[in-house]
Design a protein around this ligand. Structure first.
Ligand code: SF4
Length: 359
């Protein structure tokens, strides 16, 4: 349902004139991002795909250095597909959402083995690949292959919600956003249009204090005319954040080596490196910690837990530290890693925090 929606006449005017106005603005104001074509060369589907996966739930500013390092290490899809998963996860470490890193590798292997190393331009085929959902498939089809696809990310939702004064809250409003985006997506230059909408949302139609005076859609924008820009997009109230608890055991030898292990392939942070830890439980169970230590030592509890926020819960991880003799054998499934070699481990941010946690 759209309340205070533009009249049918106005909606039709928006549909007709939004794309040309936006594309003119984009030609002069596009963001120059390392994965984008500069307009004189064709976009590289490998780089478009890689950037879209990296940008899921991560900001452009965070992604840029990772993208640079990643494409230096894996300059083509073939390099990525033929690399061991471990080295891909090492390069991914720090970006979070590690299942994305694993799917990235699986997708590269599928494209190499089943499609001769070439991405399909067909959205439906793209959606069958690991880690590629409807949004990413549409983005690749539009940006890499200039197909008319309906590309809607958070920035685009914000622009549409203001342009049309969408009164239905997210996420319920998603089908409506798809319909509205469909009315304004052009057949010509759909790839540039998708990127223009993203850029407008990221740089002009920002969540707070949008720069409407600079906006190419200002004369069409229903929210601007009503002065209610910041009311949109409406969002359903968030579910309460769940807390979880656990413990990590940081054993260090006199030469500085630390005890590590690889987490199970399936589950949270699957296949990543960890400082040996307990499960992350809904209740705090400090009494169980002593039983979970990987080896016998004089464990000292750090007074302040490491805190980390995952998508669905907030974790408080109690850190126990112990210095152990040089000759201490690593328990089965664990290994000693010298400090200088930690950079080669696929250590997620949580366990980097544990390693940096000093008394
Ligand atoms: S006029 Fe303002 S609120 Fe409307 S789309 Fe442009 S920046 Fe967003």
């Amino acid at each position: 349902m759209v309340a205070r929606e533009p009249s049918a006449e106005k909606a039709s005017a928006i549909a007709k004139t939004a794309a040309p106005a936006l594309l003119r603005w984009y030609d002069a104001n596009r963001r120059h991002l390392p994965w984008r074509s500069d307009g004189t060369t064709k976009p590289d589907p490998y780089r478009v795909w890689l950037s879209e996966i990296m940008l899921q739930q991560t900001t452009v500013r965070t992604v840029i250095p990772y993208y640079g390092a990643f494409t230096t290490r894996f300059p083509t899809l073939k390099h990525l597909a033929e690399a061991p998963l471990e080295s891909v996860l090492q390069s991914w470490a720090g970006l979070g959402y590690y299942s994305r890193g694993r799917n990235l590798h699986a997708c590269a292997i599928r494209v190499l083995n089943d499609f001769g190393g070439v991405f399909s331009a067909d959205e439906a085929v793209l959606r069958t690949l690991p880690g590629i959902g409807p949004y990413t498939a549409a983005a690749i089809a539009a940006i890499a292959f200039n197909q008319r696809a309906i590309v809607i990310d958070g920035n685009v939702e914000r622009v549409l919600s203001r342009l049309f004064c969408v009164e239905e809250p997210l996420p319920k409003a998603k089908p409506l956003f798809h319909t509205l985006a469909d009315t304004i997506t052009p057949s010509k230059r759909p790839g540039d249009f998708a990127q223009a909408m993203m850029d407008l949302g990221a740089t002009i139609c920002t969540p707070r204090s949008p720069s409407c005076d600079l906006c190419p859609l200002a004369s069409l924008c229903t929210a601007r005319q009503a002065g209610t820009m910041e009311r949109y997009p409406l969002k359903a109230p968030k579910a309460k954040q769940v807390n979880r608890f656990g413990a990590a055991f940081l054993a260090t030898r006199p030469d500085g080596a630390v005890l590590l292990r690889t987490r199970p392939e399936k589950g949270l942070l699957g296949g990543m490196t960890e400082v040996p830890s307990t499960d992350f439980t809904l209740e705090s169970k400090p009494a169980d910690h002593a039983r979970s230590a990987p080896l016998a030592a004089n464990w000292q509890k750090h007074p302040v837990p490491v805190e980390h926020v995952f998508t669905h819960f907030r974790l408080a991880l109690t850190v126990y530290a112990a210095s152990v003799p040089l000759e201490t054998a690593a328990p089965p499934g664990m290994r000693w890693t010298e400090r200088a070699h930690l950079q080669h481990e696929a250590l997620p941010t949580l366990f980097r925090k544990v390693l940096a946690h000093q008394r």
